[in-house]
Design a protein around this ligand. Sequence first.
Ligand code: PBG
Length: 335
Amino acid sequence: MSTPSFPQQRLRRLRSSGLIRDAVADVTLDPADLIYPLFVSNARRARPVNSMPGISQLPVAQAVQLIRAQAKRGLKQFLLFGVTPASNKDATGSYAADPDCPVNRTLAQVRHAGLPVLLYADLCLCEYTDHGHCGVVPDRPAPTGTVNVDNDATLELYAQVAVAQARAGADVVAPSGMMDGQVGAIRRALDQAGRPDTAILAYSVKYASSFYGPFREAGEGGMQFGDRKGYQMDYRRREEWRLELQADLAQGADMVMVKPAVAYLDVLHQMKQLVPGVPVAAYHVSGEFAMLHAAARLGWLDLKAAALETTCALRRAGADLIITYFAPQLAEWCA
Ligand code: PBG
């Protein structure tokens, strides 16, 4: 009998108990790195979003209460989206820059209450325009297919919204409309308005994705015609994200984002390695959240296990910050 010249590899040794697995685990989730998206509205009562279990459109006062309660439990970052009544929507989404819109009122009230939280304002027009597109639509748009939103006219509007959000109390504005030059236009406007400390989280790499479906119910920002493929990215291009990233950093983005998350882990991983000092966020979007809930409802997977595994994958791929509708549950599970 010959004896092996080396001891048999025992990779299972470090998996043999919960304690040892915890000791050697090097991918961890910290509630301080999670950003919780909230939908705020003018309604008197919370309105549950059918396709996003546990998520509701919240009246401003309730959103402020929720932020206060979550902050005590370690969740300190919130991303605000506004729900706009039809009577306040118009062709240019002017309500987005109104100090009285729900997002700006929430910002102001949280600041007034002095809560120790970081507030991000989503900066886009699709929740505010009557046609549901993210910018100014030309006079006679094609009824289906690509809508060629007017890039430069839209930049002027984004600049006004950014200044209004900064004045209301946003720490960070997060432009999500995918217009070329939006980060630069917003940076200039903020600086000119005396807001050099307001940061920009750029939705640098945002694909035209089917996974935004439930969000359009939550934010009531669905398109009346056409699609967003004329401005959001085509997932069939492997390297285009590098150009979007470069452009945003050159224009002054402080943090960058990949969206959606799970279907784009390759991009997230490469991006983190390409710009090591720049905080990279991953947005686990509404459809990704809804899929896990739907399967869990059918008894096909365990929600907690799947949410933890998914969120750890984003972390392992390189996300510094994770925007997720699971944030409160994750904060509880990781406490
Ligand atoms: C607005 C915006 C969208 C999302 C974030 N900001 C929708 C879209 O671009 O159609 C999606 C977020 C989610 O699905 O959770 N431009």
